[in-house]
Structures are given as structure tokens and as C-alpha cells.
Design a binder for this molecule. Structure first.
Ligand SMILES: [Ca+2]
Ligand SMILES: [Ca+2]
Length: 299
């Protein structure tokens, strides 16, 4: 009997211990949890986060695009231009636009025909050649200046042309076709335009031939008030070797040149004259002489 009571007491004691340990475990867990809360609030304070209020829409936050700054171009003073290698050795003269306009003058830019070269350029050795790149003609002249040669009478050193008619030189047609040029006899020949009265001449523009780049020999341009040119003014003379010595002008100081659709502009130098005479002595392709158009600008 006593033995049963002891066993019963022992069982009760064990049950009591088990219950006691369970309670201690719960207490320990609570203590650890509270410890971590203190630790968090003590070292890194959390920002107050506003809870969204039901029914109130938050305004969308507009994020501005970053402004891209344009790259700043830095201007360099006196930029150095590297010229392409070229066989053109002469210096191109300053264009009239780059100079102040003379009082009472206007800049004239005569109309030029379209380029009309055909075939392969001829490879000729030309003495006394102007290697300046051809540029469209332009010059200063008084207001009212116009082409006085248009439709005017033309005479020549020979009465008939082998191709075309002599008055085609002043008919205003300067297209580069087979029908627009005249062909005159070989060697030194001349054509002459009568302006019908004395005029002040500022520019003489010549197209000999448009379908091939040619150099015409002994291009001599004179003006006069005398139809026979006994007393005359020479405005251009590229007979550098004086092969046209029969004219008694001596060697010319102007250069030979390749003629393009820009024609050849001769400075009239405001010379007062009624007649214009133009010489030539064949070209680098043939001994024949040709003209498409001659314009005489003046008042
Ligand atoms: Ca013509
Ligand atoms: Ca010559």
C-alpha cells in the first residue's frame, strides 16, 4: 500500500514538473520577442509611413525628364583650310561681290548657256595658258546697262561662212548645238559689230564654240568709233608671240584660255566706241574660226 502511494506521488511530481517547464518556455519566447522590438526601435528609427486614405486618390508624381544640354560648338579663330592638290597654278581674282559696290553701279551677271561639251577633252600643250578656273561672268556697270549688240549688224573679214550666217553672232541664241555656231575661213579673221552710235562699253562677252573645250589663237578685241579701225583701242590681246604681226599691235600681254559655257568676259573699261572688232586665228583643234554669240554690255 505504501509502495503504491509513493508511485502515485512520484507520478504526480513528474506531471507537475512537466507543466512547470511548459510555462517557462512560453515566458522565454515572449521575452526574446520583446527584446528584438527594443533593439529595432533603438538603433534605426523607421520613417512615418502615411497609410493611404480610402477614397482619396494620390496625385501622380510627375518626374521631369532631365534636360539634355546641346553640345556647345567652339569656334576656332582663323580655321586653316587645306587646299586640294591641283594643277591650277594661277590665283583666282577676288569676286566683285567681295568688293564695295562703286557708287552708281550695279553688279551684272549675264545669263550663260548650259554646258555642252561632248566627247573626251583634247590633250593639248598650250603656251601662255591661263590656268585660272573659269567662273561665270559678272561685272559692275551703271544702272541701265544692257546687251547693246543684240540684233545689231555684223560684218566680217569674209562675206560668207562655210557654216551658218554671220548675223548669228548677235541673234541672242547661244545654245551649244550644231545649228548655233558659224565657221569662218582659216587663219587670222575678224568679225565686227556696229552698235549704230557711240556707247559706253563695260563688258564684252564672247562664246566661240560650246561643244568642246578649245583654245582660240590670237584673240584680239578692239573698239573704235572708226569702222576701219584706223584709230582704235585694244581691250584684249593674247597673241603673245606676235604671229598676228600684220596688225602692227606687237605681242599681246593677255593669256590663252580654255573657253567654257561661261564664255570669255573682256573688260570694256567704260571705253566710248561704236564698233567692236574681234580677231582669232583658228584654235587648238583646227585652223578654222568659230562664233556662237558676242554680247556687248554698255549704255
Ligand atoms: Ca548666236
Ligand atoms: Ca599668236
Amino acid at each position: 500500500m505504501l509502495k503504491k502511494i509513493n508511485v502515485l506521488l512520484m507520478m504526480m511530481a513528474i506531471a507537475g514538473l512537466t507543466l512547470g517547464f511548459s510555462g517557462c518556455g512560453k515566458d522565454t519566447a515572449d521575452t526574446e520577442q520583446g527584446g528584438s522590438q527594443l533593439e529595432g526601435s533603438g538603433t534605426t528609427p523607421q520613417p512615418d509611413v502615411e497609410e493611404p486614405v480610402a477614397g482619396v486618390k494620390e496625385e501622380p508624381v510627375v518626374v521631369e525628364e532631365p534636360v539634355k544640354e546641346e553640345p556647345v560648338e567652339v569656334e576656332t579663330e582663323n580655321p586653316v583650310e587645306i587646299e586640294e592638290p591641283t594643277n591650277i597654278v594661277a590665283v583666282v581674282e577676288a569676286k566683285p561681290e567681295e568688293k564695295p559696290v562703286p557708287a552708281g553701279m550695279e553688279l551684272f551677271k549675264p545669263e550663260i548657256p548650259n554646258p555642252a561639251f561632248r566627247g573626251t577633252p583634247r590633250n593639248s600643250v598650250i603656251e601662255n595658258l591661263d590656268k585660272t578656273a573659269p567662273v561665270p561672268p559678272q561685272f559692275y556697270a551703271p544702272k541701265g546697262t544692257k546687251n547693246l549688240a543684240l540684233g545689231k549688224t555684223v560684218s566680217a573679214s569674209e562675206e560668207y561662212c562655210s557654216t551658218g550666217e554671220i548675223d548669228m553672232i548677235t541673234d541672242g541664241d547661244k545654245m551649244g548645238t550644231d545649228e548655233t555656231y558659224i565657221e569662218m575661213a582659216p587663219e587670222l579673221q575678224w568679225v565686227q559689230i556696229d552698235l549704230e552710235k557711240e556707247c559706253e562699253i563695260y563688258g564684252i562677252l564672247i562664246w566661240h564654240y560650246l561643244m568642246e573645250a578649245r583654245v582660240y589663237n590670237d584673240v584680239i578685241v578692239q573698239v573704235s568709233n572708226d569702222a576701219d579701225f584706223i584709230d582704235s583701242t585694244t581691250l584684249f590681246n593674247n597673241d603673245h608671240d606676235n604671229t598676228a604681226s600684220e596688225l602692227g599691235l606687237g605681242a599681246g600681254k593677255d593669256k590663252n584660255y580654255y573657253e567654257t559655257n561661261n564664255g570669255k568676259l573682256i573688260d570694256g573699261k567704260a571705253t566710248k566706241a561704236r564698233y567692236i572688232r574681234l580677231y582669232s586665228a583658228g584654235n587648238n583643234n583646227s585652223s578654222y574660226n568659230h562664233y556662237v554669240e558676242v554680247e556687248v554690255f554698255g549704255i
